[in-house]
Structure formats: C-alpha cells, structure tokens
Design a protein around this ligand. Structure first.
Ligand code: 1BO
Length: 297
C-alpha cells in the first residue's frame, strides 16, 4: 500500500505528498493551494520566501477552510538571511499569515550578502554576492533556536550534498529531519538517499516530474510501466518516490493535475529498480541552476 505519511526523526508525522509552489505564478497559486487542500485532500504545502508567492500561499490555506492545525506547512530560509535567521522566519510567517511553521529548511548552503537585494544581491561584476565568512554550522545553530522558541516544529535542509550534511550532523543538537533536493527518474539521488537513511534523515523530492516539457514524461520505459498499471507517467513518477520512502512535492496550479498528482499506486520492486537505475543507462538530467547554486554538489 502506498504510504500516506512518514515519521520524522523527532517523532512528528509528515504527509507523504505535498503541493510544491516553486514557479507557481502569482494570481494562480492561492487558488491552487485552496483547491489542493479543500478539494484534492492535500494536507501538506511546500513553499519558500524565495518563490515570492508566500502571501498568496497563506491566502489559499485560509480560503480552504481547513484549520491551520491540520495542515503541514513548510518554508525555507533564503540565502540572504543566513546571518539573520529569526528575521527571515518572521518575514515568512508574516507573509503566510501564520504564527508557526511545521517545517523550516535552509534553502541552500550558500550565504549571500544580507545588506543588498533581498533575494539576489549582486557584486559589481554582476556575479551573485555570496559571502564566505558565515559557517553553515552557525546558521544551523540559529535554526535550532527557532525550535526552542516554538515558532517552528521541525527543521531541515535543502540542496545539501553529503559533505554539507556531514558538517551539520557533526555539530547539531537537533538533527535535520529532511533534506529536500531535486529528484526524479533521471536523478534518483541514490547515494544521498542512502546517506540520509543511515542518518535518520528523510529525502524530499522537488521537481519529481522533471521540469515543464520534460523528456521524462515521454520516456518509453516509463510509458511501459504506466500502461501496465493503466495510469499516467506522472502517477508512476510520484508513486516511485513514495514507494521508496521519499516525500514527494509535485508542483501544479491546474486542478486536474493537482488531483491526479495525489493518486498513488504500488509499483513492483523491479519497477522501482528500473526507475532508480535509469541514470545508469545514460538518462541523466538536472535543472541548470546559476553558478552560485550549481557548484555546491
Ligand atoms: C531556487 C529554488 C529551488 C527549489 O526550491
């Protein structure tokens, strides 16, 4: 049976499928969130300060009519807030219109100048104004204080390599509960997943269908699995993550797709293995992030 929720290493439950909101356009995301919660049964919404749509996400949560206490709400500390973690959280809480988060993640292990542009500060030469005098360990210690204050229930990381995770695990008082990374059929993240599992950290998958117009959706091996089960490739890709113990965050603003993305099936161990090893057959694909982000893995 597909899993509807996973247990985090602090004993709390997290719904196994969450609505992703990265690249969900303003003007569309509030309705998408409302529909997901009210009509499609989602109880988990994943957002971030950097997505520039948290006000609408909050509006959608409220408009759903479902009590806040029944919804698992995640946001992420943006890179310009590594040296002012609590202020970063407070801005997000104000935008969302809530007084706590279920989960708060360090969005990238890349601190940026806190005094320039709020999201993408640039150096004189046009490159991203990253800073190197803020150890990631110090940012994590400030994240831990947010749990102590009760403003967030759980903390985790995003876009962290094994090397970066080791830095946190070596010093943490409160362990990260998840590491949220890009993962789909052409980027299984097997090594990272194994490392996370060994350390009691769950993997969360963003972009589980690949990006828009992704070749993954037309992949013949995946189509064969989908046809066998009489479902779409999307359902196979989301179920694949679920069946292998990964929290999955499909993004959509289209009601029919939001509903379809919440349908899970059981795949066989052979099918999961086929998908997990597609990279070994030369099918590798990764979102091309700007230099400041793509050099961290
Ligand atoms: C820059 C955003 C990546 C996914 O959270």
């Amino acid at each position: 049976m597909p899993t509807t929720s996973f247990k985090l290493n602090n004993g709390r439950e997290i719904p196994s499928v969450g609505l992703g909101t990265w690249q969900s356009a303003p003007g569309e995301v509030a309705n998408a969130v409302k529909y997901a919660i009210k009509d499609a049964g989602y109880r988990h919404i994943d957002g971030a300060f950097c997505y520039e749509n948290e006000k609408e996400v909050g509006e959608g949560v409220k408009a759903s009519g479902v009590p806040r206490s029944e919804i698992f709400l995640t946001s992420k500390l943006w890179c310009t807030y590594h040296t002012k973690v609590e202020a970063g959280l407070d801005e997000t809480l104000a935008e969302l219109g809530t007084d706590y988060l279920d989960l708060f993640l360090i969005h990238w292990p890349v601190p940026m100048n806190p005094n320039g542009h709020k999201r993408f500060p640039k150096k004189a030469d046009g490159s991203m104004d990253t800073i190197n005098d803020r150890p990631i360990e110090d940012t994590w210690r400030d994240m831990e204080k947010l749990v102590d204050s009760g403003k967030v229930k759980s903390i985790g990381v995003s876009n962290f390599s094994i090397a970066n995770m080791k830095k946190i695990l070596a010093i943490c008082r409160i362990k990260p509960v998840v590491n949220q990374v890009e993962s789909h059929a052409y980027l299984s993240q097997r090594e990272l997943k194994k490392f996370c599992e060994e350390n009691g950290v769950l993997l969360q998958a963003y972009s589980p269908l690949g990006s828009t117009d992704s070749p993954i959706l037309k992949d013949e091996e995946l189509l064969a699995i989908a046809n066998k089960h009489n479902v779409s490739v999307g359902t196979v890709l989301i179920s694949y993550q679920n069946n292998r113990g990964v929290i999955v965050l499909p993004k959509s603003v289209t009601p029919a797709r939001i509903a379809a993305n919440a349908q899970l099936i059981d795949l066989t161990p052979e099918e999961i293995n086929t998908i997990e090893t597609m990279e070994d057959r030369g099918k590798r694909l990764r979102i091309v992030f700007p230099d400041w982000a793509s050099t961290i893995f």
